[in-house]
Design a protein around this ligand. Structure first.
Ligand code: HDE
Length: 715
């Protein structure tokens, strides 16, 4: 007998010459079609059932008697239901995932031997799970929170899990603090309040007591924690990893994903309202984009520091509370990540997927980053309580290359292994493990020296420089948002110790920030800085640094609000222009029954059927609002409080608004903008972010769309 191959995986990558590898086709064999018209319902053990609705009972037409324990079908159905839930993740419980592919446009062979980072002809299948951190599985998507960005690369050399976040730093430097930071952030233990919120005493108590958290809480109070879409946020590996090349040289590395669509966020008021109006907003957004073929894409980059330069920086490059400023370590973009397929079933993919930071492939290594080392233990460990032993056999978790070893047995083992031996070496197999040059994983022979102690290097003790660097680098509106976020969060803390101390901490970062927050939350307003500022800035920290070269409204949702008597020329023209620009127009009206245009005969029965009525959706759920003219339509909308609120709220949320004809005055009144400029004739005028055209001319619409593209909300 040759060596035992415990291969549940189909080796698609190598066997199907010419065909692109896909994790979904790898799973195909396991997928069951439940909608098969001809299939009859059976028990779990294959026996056809005659009735799945009535428990076996002692009954007649006149009398309903006791139910019988004998009903195996009834018991099986309830029993399976009783055990449907598995423990939710201890953090990052709420998530949404998708399949996709990773490709490389530049080889990084100078720094690594990893096939996935050197072979530009490869297409590597991936599964990406986005998540919030603090909320439980049923919490809302748009809460203020860090977002998880966890990628499983099914490489030819095994699975590589890059378990990242949408923020490049973390609250703590040592994994031993993780239970504390999470306990402090999760609902408080006495009453389990609040759900999915950092706005409470314990969270901010922790932040003050851990000066190392200063940099991270500045990020969490920025717009980064209220992303407009999973498709519009960056992903960071956060920890420092290493790359090893063919010459066995080692470099330190950070991994970064930057979205093609740019980095965009909600304003806080929108995020708050959407949490109630559509708790699945981000999940739906991702799903819909992929279903409609608008595949989200990210550029993949690396920041690399040669081993010899490890100590050349004023911060420790192994400290996860620090970024490597791009001015010091430029990002080298080498690949593209694309999501292109929604999972066929949530539970067996997005819920059962298990990521481990310890899963790396040849050419990639760990560093002594003390946060990473602890994570390597934690992820592997937590899967046991969530999924149980043999979780690596679950279809979503198994690699797409062959697996060969003698780890077997354990609860719920699926693979049936043939052969008489389960140890190595054995009398049948003389093949030694692979050497590095044959693809074997090389543990880099790093020299280790030091004194065993519970401590870290001196550079780990500086905590404020980058908190200030981040704040200095933000634009004026972003700074205002940070102030408002802190004012909101600390307003929810009713213990004066918590908010007064936090105002002291802010004073070490920026005096003006501390003053404005203290004023709002009732802290002592400081008169002078308690730390010498460096006043430096760095690129790549403000979201504005990621505006796409060519602003785009592709995949943005635009509401066109009409009522009976609307101007159909304007309506049709804007719809066509938006569709041509890749945006998604939605018609909104006072009702979903047909709406008729100016001069249109109702008896024709051909009116427009709105996608939603004004009460069913709010302008919060759209990126932009357009209102065509039409005297009758505008008269109706002007008298409708909800319609006025729709436009007024869109304006308050800084959205681009467009109007033509009579609708121009409607917008002006609804938004209370006496100073808003009117357009005359067919020209297009932009004032306060409202784009208006008095008359309808087809050219105006492409002009309007162009202006909308340039409007600040879309940048
Ligand atoms: Fe996690 N983290 N984490 N984390 N984390 C988990 O693993 C942990 C940290 C991140 O979609 C858990 O499978 C420790 C940083 C994501 O399935 C657990 C420390 C970053 C996800 C765990 C950290 C992350 C998790 C819970 C401190 C950004 C969701 C369920 C050293 C780089 C993955 C699970 C998914 C999940 C531990 C800190 C990101 C308990 C001990 C830093 C995206 O193992």
């Amino acid at each position: 007998m040759a060596s035992t191959i415990l291969a549940s995986a189909t080796d698609k990558v190598k066997t199907m010459a010419g065909e692109k590898p896909s994790k979904v086709s790898d799973l195909q064999a396991e997928m069951k079609e439940v909608h098969d018209k001809n299939a009859r319902i059976t028990s779990d053990f294959g026996v056809k059932q005659t009735n799945t609705d009535d428990w076996l009972t002692v009954a007649s037409d006149d009398h309903t008697g006791p139910m019988l324990l004998e009903d195996q079908f009834g018991r099986e159905k309830i029993h399976r239901f009783d055990h449907e839930r598995i423990p939710e993740r201890v953090v990052h419980a709420r998530g949404a995932g998708a399949f996709g592919k990773f490709t490389l446009f530049e080889s990084a062979s100078d720094v690594t031997s990893a096939g996935i980072l050197t072979d530009t002809s490869r297409e590597t299948p991936v599964f990406l799970r986005f998540s919030t951190v603090l909320g439980s599985r049923g919490s809302a998507d748009t809460v203020r929170d860090v977002r998880g960005f966890a990628v499983k690369f099914y490489t030819q050399e095994g699975n590589w899990d890059l378990v990242g976040n949408n923020i490049p730093v973390f609250f703590i430097q040592d994994s031993m603090k993780f239970p504390d930071v999470i306990h402090a952030g999760k609902p408080e233990p006495n009453n389990e309040i609040p759900q999915a919120q950092s706005a409470h005493n314990n969270f901010w108590d922790f932040q003050y007591l851990h000066p190392e958290a200063s940099h991270m809480f500045m990020w969490t109070m920025s717009d980064r924690t209220i992303p407009r879409s999973y498709r519009m946020m960056q992903g960071f590996g956060v920890n420092t990893f290493t790359l090893i090349n063919d010459k066995a040289e080692r470099h330190f590395v950070k991994f970064i994903f930057t979205p093609e669509l740019g980095v965009h966020s909600f304003v806080w008021d929108e995020a708050l309202k959407i949490a109630g109006q559509d708790p699945d907003f981000h999940r739906k957004d991702l799903w819909t984009a992929i279903e409609s073929g608008a595949f989200p894409k990210w550029k993949f980059g690396i920041q690399v520091i040669p081993e010899s330069k490890e100590h050349d920086f004023e911060f420790d490059i192994l400290d996860a509370t620090k970024v490597w400023p791009e001015e010091l370590v430029p990002i080298r973009y080498i690949g593209t990540l694309e999501l292109n397929e929604n999972p066929p079933e949530y539970f067996t993919t997005t819920e059962q997927v298990a990521f481990c930071t310890s899963h790396i492939v040849p050419g990639i290594g760990f560093s002594d980053d003390p946060l990473l080392q602890g994570r390597n233990f934690s992820y592997f460990d937590t899967q046991l309580s969530r999924l149980g032993i043999n979780w690596q056999e679950l279809p979503i978790n198994r690699p797409m290359c062959p697996v060969m070893n003698h780890n077997r047995d354990g609860a719920m083992r699926h693979t049936i292994t043939k052969g008489t031996v389960n140890y190595w070496p054995n009398r049948f197999s003389a093949v030694p493990p692979a050497k590095p040059e044959e693809g074997g994983y090389l543990d880099y022979p790093a020299k280790v020296a030091g004194i065993k102690a519970r401590t870290k290097s001196k550079k780990f003790r500086e905590h404020k420089n980058q908190a200030e660097l981040f704040y200095n680098s933000l634009s004026a509106p972003e700074k205002t948002h940070v102030k408002s976020a802190l004012a909101f969060e600390l307003d929810h803390c009713d213990d004066p110790t918590v908010y007064t101390r936090m105002c002291e901490r802010l004073c070490e970062i920026d005096l003006e920030l501390a003053q404005s927050v203290a004023e709002m939350v009732g802290g002592d307003v400081p008169q002078e800085s308690t730390r010498q500022k460096h006043n430096k800035t760095a690129k790549g920290l403000s979201q504005l640094d990621f505006a796409p070269v060519e602003p785009t409204i592709a995949t943005r949702m635009v509401a066109i609000v009409i009522a009976d008597g609307y101007d159909s020329v304007a309506y049709k023209a804007i719809k066509a222009a938006l569709t041509a620009a890749g945006a998604l127009p939605f018609t909104i009206a006072p009702r979903r029954n047909a709406i008729y245009a100016e001069g249109e005969d109702k008896s024709s029965g051909k009116g427009v059927v709105a996608d939603h009525h004004l009460e069913g959706m709010r302008s919060t759920l759209f990126d932009s609002v357009f209102i065509p003219g039409g005297a009758k339509s505008i008269e109706t909308l002007s008298k409708n409080g909800r319609a006025v609120h729709w436009v007024r709220e869109a304006f308050g949320h800084l959205k681009a608004i467009g109007a033509t004809g009579e609708a121009v005055q409607f917008v002006r009144t609804a938004c209370d903008l006496p100073g808003m400029q009117f357009s005359t004739a067919a020209e297009v005028v932009e004032s306060y972010g409202v784009v208006t055209a008095a008359k309808v001319a087809p050219e105006s619409f492409s002009e309007t769309v162009k202006m909308a593209k340039g409007a600040k909300d879309f940048i």
